[in-house]
Write a new protein. Structure first.
Length: 526
């Protein structure tokens, strides 16, 4: 709400009340200055209802104005000076200035003003604000300024010459996954990509792009393939963390610097993320997922059966053939790989109980260290609740909690769903192929193609016959996925109850009330 303008006479009276004690003719100049100084130190309520100080110079100015003209009108606020009408540039001047910028985007406004003034013989040159305001209204100017900042410069090709020379790391944007128990989680996929071959060295499903997730993914890839020469990632907090950078330095991996908010420099892994969205994330709508472990298995199956053997246009072959199973020439032991990312913490040791405190937990230290005042505790970002300590022989020893942890009230729900549900959905055949065997509890993929075939056989014609029928079947499938035997039994029962010659819309409506998704029970499927 816009504030009402204040009465000028009220403002003048406020000013007069402040300076009136200083108008006493019996005061000396020194006494008058002391009064003004003391008044300036006080917090005063202004007519605008704000509380603030009035400077000594302002009080002296009001006093001088009243003594020069002893009337209340002399203390009235001066009206603001009238605004000058904004200057406008002719289209010819503006086009000439834009042409100069297209010729040289680095030209400053000062140089442009000189050029247009000399070119058009202007009696009064335009101001910088006027020229800048007129140029900003032109779409061409924005593109020219980007070119001047170097945003459209030709990029140098960034390509590794051999496998394991450069590893790229990044996390796919968060997406929502619906689990079989009805919960919905936001997850990410943290991946490590070989720059030369586009081979996915490691891909882990994580809930957050944390330091622990980054360390876990890098350790997993390094344990399988060895160490890279260089490491490339964006400016995410986990990759910029001191512990992660120190760990890379300890392992002898050089970290390539990059600017923040520069996605074009990560084009290879961004293209991989687009393929991952089409081949994996989009298919999760048609897949029954038990828990995070099952989701990780499905991700591994998609990468190994779809992405790795898929021909890459730039490479002319698949990432699997490009890497050809070659390992890095730089290997490191698992102990060294673990110790590189350990965080050192100096903790005070309680001499009476021989315990150290980490967070809210107390841990016992070995008896030979109980006389030390402080001990160096090593914390693994992957397992922060299990701190480590070096004993007298230099070996790492896990510290034991001073108080036993309370057992969990119930087993994780994912473990129960592991036995209760079979992995049905469009990604299940890929998972079975990746595992190399057909699981005894796994149903084959049963989605839209199988639904169309079942309706075509039941109605004796091709389904769908038109676009409305296809939309109706897709809407019906959103209530799935369904077990094949349950679906066929419900469809046969519906056809017997309704009789032949019924339209597809009536069959779908009647079928929706009889078929239900797989139950959350521990009974084995028949």
């Amino acid at each position: 709400m816009k504030a009402m303008p204040l009465d000028p006479l009220r403002i003048a009276c406020f000013r007069f009340e402040l300076i009136s004690p200083a108008l006493d003719g019996q005061l000396t100049a020194a006494q008058r200055r002391r009064y003004l100084r003391a008044t300036a130190r006080n917090t005063i309520s202004w007519p605008s209802e704000r509380c603030a100080h009035v400077s000594e110079r302002t009080l002296a100015r009001w006093l001088a104005a009243y003594r020069k003209d002893p009337r209340i009108e002399s203390l009235l606020p001066k009206p603001p000076p009238p605004k000058e009408p904004g200057r406008t540039l002719s289209p010819e001047v503006l086009q000439y200035a834009l042409a100069l910028l297209e010729q040289e985007p680095q030209r400053s406004l000062y140089v442009l003003i000189k050029h247009v003034t000399l070119k058009f013989e202007l009696a009064q040159p335009p101001t910088r604000a006027t020229l800048h305001r007129a140029l900003k209204a032109q779409p061409r100017y924005l593109a020219l300024r980007k070119r001047a900042r170097g945003e459209t410069r030709i990029r140098r090709r960034f390509q590794a010459e051999r496998p394991h020379q450069i590893w790229q790391a990044d996390a796919k944007a968060a997406f929502t996954v619906s689990f079989a128990d009805g919960t919905r989680w936001m997850v990410r996929i943290l991946s490590l990509l070989d720059d030369a071959t586009r081979f996915v060295l490691a891909a882990r499903v994580v809930q957050t792009e944390s330091l622990a997730a980054a360390v876990h993914t890098f350790r997993h890839a390094a344990a399988l393939w060895g160490l890279p020469d260089q490491f490339y990632a964006d400016r995410g907090s986990c990759y910029d963390a001191d512990l992660f950078r120190i760990g890379l330095a300890v392992l002898g991996v050089r970290r390539i610097g990059t600017r923040a908010r520069n996605p074009q420099a990560h084009g290879k892994i961004e293209a991989y993320h687009r393929a991952l969205h089409r081949w994996f994330v989009a298919e999760l709508k048609h897949q029954l997922v038990r828990d995070l472990a099952h989701l990780q298995e499905l991700l591994d199956a998609v990468i190994q059966t779809l992405y790795q053997p898929h021909p890459h246009r730039e490479l002319g072959r698949s990432p699997k053939d490009a890497l050809a199973g070659r390992l890095s020439t730089r290997f490191v032991s698992l102990e060294r790989l673990t110790e590189a990312f350990l965080e050192k913490r100096s903790c005070a040791l309680c001499p009476r109980t021989a315990t150290v405190k980490l967070g809210r937990m107390l841990f016992r230290v070995p008896s030979e260290l109980r006389h030390h005042k402080k001990v160096t505790v090593l914390v693994d970002p992957e397992y922060p609740d299990t701190p480590l300590l070096r004993d007298g022989h230099g070996a790492l020893v896990a510290l034991i909690p001073s108080l036993a942890r309370r057992p969990k009230s119930s087993a994780p729900q994912g473990a129960a769903l592991e036995k209760a549900l079979a992995p049905i959905g469009s990604l299940t055949p890929l998972l079975e192929h990746y595992r190399g065997r057909a699981l005894p509890k796994a149903y084959p993929g049963f989605g839209l193609p199988e639904i169309y075939a079942a309706f075509s056989q039941a109605m004796g014609r091709l389904v769908p016959a038109d676009e409305p029928e296809a939309g109706a079947v897709v809407e019906f499938l959103k209530t799935g996925p369904f077990e094949p035997q349950v679906f066929h039994a419900a469809l046969n029962r519906t056809l017997r109850q309704l009789g032949p010659g019924r339209p597809l819309s009536l069959i779908l409506k009647h079928l929706s009330g009889q078929i239900v998704p797989p139950p959350l029970s521990k009974e084995k499927p028949s």
